[in-house]
Ligand binder design. Structure first.
Ligand SMILES: [Cu+2]
Length: 397
């Protein structure tokens, strides 16, 4: 076998074997809700039809290649025109395509119908993370009377069709949770919708699927589906009032450091300055896209920076991520406890975020951006400041 054939065979084999993974979290062939199920129900017969046709074509090609191979004879008779055969070979594929098109169009229309949704959640794509906000509404279980804003992880109640309304602050991103529904591009200046619904509690992973710049591969997201009771508990916690750290603690120092170093970009709801005035972050003055993740309840999510890194240590993560359906909600609601905090990676992030997640092609050209950054800049913090900030963030439950 020549080298190219061997390489092609190895790549093909690798792709085939990769397709056999059983615990693949982003496997659209393991649908976990009605929308993904209808996509699955459509894809399987279409794959079978396409597969059978593919095999027939391959077999015919093989036969022809062998039967009519060059035996050194003169050019064969040139023939033209077999109307019956040509008409049959046009009609058969046309019928097959029509047969595939009817259920395909039907499924697309059914998936786009959002009239039955009972909960509205907005997502906003940004280089390179998703902001997720819950507007006030009577839906989403018992209703939402105070907006909730988070990032990276969307929490939903099971058995509830959710209307995801998406847009983008910079370039085109694409929202995709393969086990819950197909992809939807999220485009600046437009609102696109995607209906998701999960049958069972669980954590469903996804990733941005539209190339959106340098850290596109680090732009992930997760949907956490929980029972309606757990979801009510989650909502209640997301709207609880702010508590300043106890005086004299490391976290209290961290609060001051946070105000001086971070609050210009990151909002912590309820944070006040020395005069008791609320501190409202102004990321629109500091970052290209005009927003940074809201950190009020950072420790209630368990991944960070576009869900690219874990807030949980490798020992604690499986306790939540591999929890059986009955307990995954309760495990998730515990949030990140001090003994489970992945402080190594969180500290690395605070020490130099662009080193952890590439944000500019050429970091030396930062001066040319008028102080506006893409993503989080390197803030040249001291190790003491980082200690304080970690202690402060750890209380953001
Ligand atoms: Cu993206």
């Amino acid at each position: 076998m020549n080298r190219r054939v061997r390489i092609a065979a190895a790549v093909g084999l690798a792709a085939l074997v990769a397709g056999c993974a059983e615990d693949a979290p982003q496997d659209m062939f393991q649908p976990a809700g009605p929308n993904a199920q209808s996509i699955y129900d459509l894809s399987v017969p279409v794959f079978i039809i396409a597969g059978v046709i593919g095999v027939i074509v391959m077999v015919f090609i093989a036969i022809i290649v062998v039967k009519f191979r060059d035996r050194g004879q003169a050019i064969p008779d040139q023939v033209h025109g077999k109307p019956t055969l040509e008409i049959i070979l046009t009609i058969i594929p046309a019928l097959i395509l029509i047969g595939v098109a009817i259920p395909t169009v039907g499924t697309i229309m059914a998936l786009n119908d959002t009239s039955d949704t009972e909960c509205v959640i907005n997502v906003t794509g940004q280089q390179w993370w998703w902001e997720i906000d819950y507007p006030t509404q009577s839906g989403c279980g018992s209703g939402i009377d105070q907006p909730i804003i988070t990032s990276g992880q969307m929490v939903i109640p099971i058995g509830t069709p959710v209307l995801v309304r998406g847009t983008s602050r910079d370039v085109i991103h694409s929202w995709w949770i393969p086990r819950l529904n197909g992809k939807r591009d999220m485009v600046p200046g437009r609102v696109h919708t995607n209906r998701i619904e999960a049958d069972e509690p669980g954590i469903y992973a996804g990733q941005c699927t539209e190339f959106c710049g340098l850290s596109h591969a680090n732009m992930r997201m997760e949907v956490i589906a929980m029972t309606p009771e757990d979801f009510e508990a989650w909502k209640l916690n997301q709207t609880k009032p702010y508590e300043s750290p106890a005086e004299g603690t490391l976290a209290a120092k961290g609060e001051q450091t946070f105000i001086s170093q971070c609050a210009r970009c990151h909002q912590v709801n309820g944070l006040e300055d020395a005069d008791g005035a609320p501190i409202v972050s102004r990321p629109d003055l500091s970052v290209y896209s005009g927003a940074a993740p809201n950190l009020t309840h950072l420790m209630t999510r368990n991944t960070f920076a576009g869900a690219a890194y874990n807030l949980l240590t490798p020992e604690c993560r499986p306790k939540v991520w591999n929890a059986p359906s009955e307990t995954v909600g309760a495990e998730y609601l515990k949030g990140v406890t001090p003994d489970c905090l992945n402080s190594v990676e969180l500290r690395e992030w605070l020490r130099n975020a662009p080193a952890k997640k590439p944000m500019y092609a050429d970091p030396t050209k930062l001066e040319a951006t008028d102080g506006l950054t893409r993503g989080m800049p390197n803030l040249a913090l001291s190790e003491d400041q980082i200690d304080e900030l970690v202690a402060y963030l750890l209380e953001r439950h």
